[in-house]
Ligand binder design. Structure first.
Ligand SMILES: Cc1cc2nc3c(=O)[nH]c(=O)nc-3n(C[C@H](O)[C@H](O)[C@H](O)COP(=O)(O)O)c2cc1C
Length: 242
């Protein structure tokens, strides 16, 4: 019988999120390996008891659980924790049978530095341990917002023509190629029933752009937003000071 995977997409931003963009890229690769994927957007799922039960049945049938979640305040967001609590309760109540099952997690941070994700990934690992799920590893993604706008395969196609001397090659093309290769290797390991070696995951421990470039990007975004409201000259106002 085909292997089964349950994908838990944990961002409230739905399809306009890094969690969806990166997570669903992995699920498409799992699909190519003949793994049957069932996806749940937890903000929708947790609203209805019958959807929660569907999620629990899917996990019961699954060999792999894939969590893809935003990072909020250096942490796993409340709804991601609530989802894990519901799953833990279901294990305790015998609604999910014990069998060999792997958990793989993607933690998506807005800031540049991958290491903001360390605590969240430890929480996912602890959730696995508490429920006798095999912790297969996790991807610590920095500047995850990049992949909201451009899903990885499309982004790589866009970046292909860039010459190596173009600064965008270092900032975008190099890290995205590396991320793509770590994702593909991880899917290979997981679909063969293995955990992902730490050496592979550690390849994501790099900072993809100079801090100044990140700040400049943020400031430009802020100015663009202000232009839309014709408030460029009011950005330094302090209406809270009298
Ligand atoms: C309430 C809130 C808290 C956040 N806290 C952090 C944080 O501590 N560190 C960080 O790097 N990004 C933080 N972010 C940014 C998100 O992690 C980032 O936008 C990420 O891409 C969101 O994932 P999503 O696109 O899947 O929703 C926060 C965003 C929100 C809305």
């Amino acid at each position: 019988m085909n292997k089964q995977l349950t994908f838990l997409m944990c961002s409230p931003r739905g399809e306009k999120s890094a969690s969806h963009s990166i997570g669903s890229y992995l699920t498409s690769l799992f699909g190519e390996k003949g793994i049957t994927v069932t996806s749940f957007s937890v903000y929708q799922t947790l609203k209805k008891q019958d959807k929660i039960e569907e999620m629990i049945t899917s996990i019961d049938n699954s060999d792999i659980i894939l969590i893809s979640s935003p990072l909020y305040i250096d942490q796993a967001p409340y709804m991601t924790i609530r989802t894990m609590n519901i799953i833990t309760d279901s294990f305790k109540q015998g609604k999910i049978s014990k069998k060999e099952r792997h958990l793989f997690a993607i933690s998506n941070a807005g800031y540049l530095e991958y290491y903001h994700n360390s605590i969240a990934l430890k929480i996912y690992e602890q959730f696995a341990k508490e429920n006798d799920i095999i912790w297969a590893g996790g991807l610590p993604i920095g500047a995850a917002g990049t992949y909201v706008q451009y899903p990885i395969p499309e982004f790589l196609k866009m970046l292909e023509p860039l010459p190596k001397e173009d600064p965008r090659y270092e900032i975008y093309a190099k890290p995205t190629k590396l991320l793509d290769s770590v994702i593909k290797t991880s899917v290979d390991y997981l679909s063969r029933g293995n955990t992902v070696p730490n050496e592979e995951l550690q390849k994501l421990e790099f900072i993809s752009m100079p801090l100044e470039a990140y700040i400049e990007g943020g400031n430009n975004g802020w100015l663009e937003a202000a232009k839309q409201y014709d408030t460029t000259d009011k950005l330094r106002n302090k209406p809270y000071e009298r």
